[in-house]
Design a protein around this ligand. Structure first.
Ligand SMILES: [Ca+2]
Length: 148
C-alpha cells in the first residue's frame, strides 16, 4: 500500500465505511459474505496494515454510538485527549483519535470538534493533516468531515 495516500481500493473502503450507519455496515458485511463467501473484515486485514487497518476494522464492527446525545463533560475530555495525543506531543497517539472518531455519535463529535478548536486554535481537519499521512489521514478526514 502506498504511503502517499489512498489507492483506489483503499479510497473505496474509506468512502464506504466512513459515513455509513451501523445498520448499513452490517448489511454490507452480510452482502460481502454472501457474495464472496468470506468476511470483509478478513479481506480488509489481508490488504491493509497498521493503524489504518485498525480504523477500518473498528468501523466494520459497526459499534458507533448512534444516539444524538451530547455528553458535555465527555466532549471536553475527548477534545483535550485528542489535543494531547496529537498537537501537544511529539509524534501522534493515533489510538486516541480512533477511540473518539470511530465510536462517538455525530452530535457529540461536532461538540468535540468545537471544543477542540478552542483548546488548540485549530480545526480538527488541520490537525489530522498535520499529524497523519497517507490512508490514515484520509480515513480520519473522511470521518471528521462527513455527516456520520
Ligand atoms: Ca504531534
Amino acid at each position: 500500500m502506498s504511503s502517499q495516500g489512498a489507492g483506489t481500493e483503499e479510497a473505496c473502503l474509506i468512502d464506504i465505511l466512513a459515513s455509513r450507519s451501523n445498520a448499513e455496515i452490517k448489511t454490507i458485511n452480510a452482502f460481502y459474505k454472501k457474495e464472496y463467501g468470506k468476511d470483509l473484515e478478513d479481506d480488509v486485514c489481508g490488504d491493509t496494515s497498521g493503524m489504518f487497518q485498525r480504523v477500518l476494522v473498528s468501523l466494520l464492527t459497526a459499534g458507533r454510538d448512534e444516539s444524538d446525545k451530547v455528553d458535555e463533560a465527555q466532549a471536553v475530555q475527548d477534545a483535550k485527549e485528542i489535543y494531547e495525543a496529537g498537537e501537544a506531543r511529539w509524534g501522534t497517539d493515533e489510538v486516541k483519535f480512533l477511540t473518539v472518531l470511530c465510536v462517538r455519535n455525530r452530535n457529540h463529535l461536532l461538540r468535540v470538534f468545537e471544543e477542540y478548536q478552542k483548546i488548540s486554535g485549530r480545526d480538527i481537519e488541520d490537525s489530522i493533516k498535520r499529524e497523519m499521512s497517507g490512508c490514515l489521514e484520509d480515513v480520519f478526514l473522511a470521518i471528521g468531515l462527513s455527516p456520520l
